[in-house]
Design a protein around this ligand. Structure first.
Ligand SMILES: [Zn+2]
Length: 414
């Protein structure tokens, strides 16, 4: 545990000097002489000449580097390991599954991802992990976790989700997740691509999803809906969910409903990029993925062109889709016509607005979750793949320790 703690942090306060920061929700660049972090919060972003920091304060000269909000991945599965047969990992031993969470947390931090939303675990393992990270016992990003996804009996993910039929049972299922520490609720509105069956088939009904949203919102918890097709997306929006996940087959009616709602779309369109035959991925997943991949990309492009509010997510943990690939998702948005600065906002301020907790923005009074890159990432988003420094909760991450631990844990979960 000592080495774990050593990896997590050095002592606060922390001062970054001589850099540029991408400030506010619009990511406007501002030169600063010093950026002061105390107790995990950005206290000063100082453009003028002030007193030198005290000698005992940890100081890092950025030599003109750029400070960017820590990235946020709005859709991950921290108890999966991106193996070809990804969901078989849910049958692994408790030790391997626990180490997988640790490994994924470090992969995220290495990739500059300081917050994730975990949208569905086989049990409450990730809730436990998230709580211990929050308490400072484990080095990892902030995790807003759903616990188990809620699905109809025999529905998408039924083997690993909390099955519930009828509004009353759905309410009970929502309470179970929140009582166990869930900070978001995940409902399954339609079938999926990575499980058998029709991805378009409706699953939880409007009445069931309405019950889920009422129950969750009463307790201040947002709801995310897995939904691929028009009917499922529209039912989820009518129920009042806060985000639609995927939307691979969105049509104009559902796009309009999305535009008129306050919900955010989390496309996860990069999740299928590496799916191919002959790699050990289950045959049904390969054939369904290849069938829908172009349509999915086109759906995401149409959502971008329509100006739907988008937050970035990857569905990382699924087949050959390891944690840390968020920049690939952003580059796909750019390829579909989004500007780089807007793409960066989908993984910072817009994602932060969806998750809550004031994360995703660099400014005085905001949580000190930030990354440092050598040049302006608005001109080259690929710079974000390997940040020079990562600060999470105001603590400077020790990247060499993280790298070494990733490789050690990787041997266990391989
Ligand atoms: Zn997912």
């Amino acid at each position: 545990m000592n080495e774990q703690r050593a990896g997590q942090s050095r002592s606060a306060p922390l001062v970054l000097t001589n850099g540029f920061a991408l400030v506010g929700e619009e990511l406007q660049d501002r030169a600063f002489r010093r950026l002061l972090i105390v107790d995990g919060i950005i206290r000063e972003l100082d453009t003028g000449v002030g007193p030198e920091p005290a000698a005992e304060v940890q100081t890092l000269d950025l030599h003109g580097g750029f400070v960017v909000p820590g990235l946020i991945d709005c859709h991950v599965h921290f108890d999966l390991a991106a193996h070809p047969d990804a969901y078989s990992h849910w049958r692994q031993t408790p030790l391997v599954r626990s180490l997988t969470c640790l490994h994924n947390g470090l992969l995220a931090l290495r990739g500059g991802i300081t917050t994730v939303r975990d949208l569905g675990c086989a049990d409450h393992l990730v809730l436990d992990y998230a709580a211990r990270v929050e308490q400072g016992m484990i080095t990892g990003p902030r995790v807003s976790a759903a616990g188990q996804a809620i699905t109809v009996r025999g529905g998408h993910f039924c083997e690993y989700a909390r099955e519930a039929n009828g509004p009353a049972e759905v309410r009970t299922a929502v309470r179970e997740q929140i009582d166990a520490g869930a900070q978001v609720i995940k409902v399954i509105a339609t079938g999926g691509i990575s499980t058998p069956g029709d991805p378009g088939a409706s699953q939880l009904t409007l009445e069931e999803m309405t019950a889920a949203v009422e129950e969750a919102h009463q307790r201040g918890v947002p709801v995310a809906a897995h939904a691929h097709t028009s009917a499922g997306i529209r039912a989820a929006l009518s129920a009042g969910v806060d985000s639609i996940e995927h939307a691979a087959f969105v049509d104009d009616v559902a796009l309009k409903a999305l535009q008129q709602s306050t919900a955010t779309l989390v496309p996860t369109v990069s999740a299928l990029n590496r799916i191919a035959p002959g790699l050990g991925i289950p045959e049904t997943t390969v054939s369904k993925s290849l069938d829908v991949r172009e349509t999915y990309r086109e759906s995401t492009r149409r959502a971008i062109v329509a100006g739907v509010r988008i937050a970035a997510g990857t569905d990382a943990g699924t087949a050959l889709n390891p944690i840390g690939g968020l920049v690939d998702e952003l580059l796909m948005y750019c390829g579909a016509g989004m500007s780089p600065v807007t793409a960066l906002r989908t993984a910072t301020s817009r994602a932060g607005a969806l998750i809550g907790g004031r994360v995703g923005v660099v400014d005085v009074g905001r949580p000190a979750d930030l990354i440092v890159v050598a040049k302006d990432p608005r001109e080259d988003l690929a710079l974000l793949r390997s940040p020079l420094q990562v600060v999470c909760r105001g603590r400077l991450m020790e990247l060499p320790w993280i790298e070494k631990t990733i490789s050690e844990l990787g041997k266990v979960i391989a």
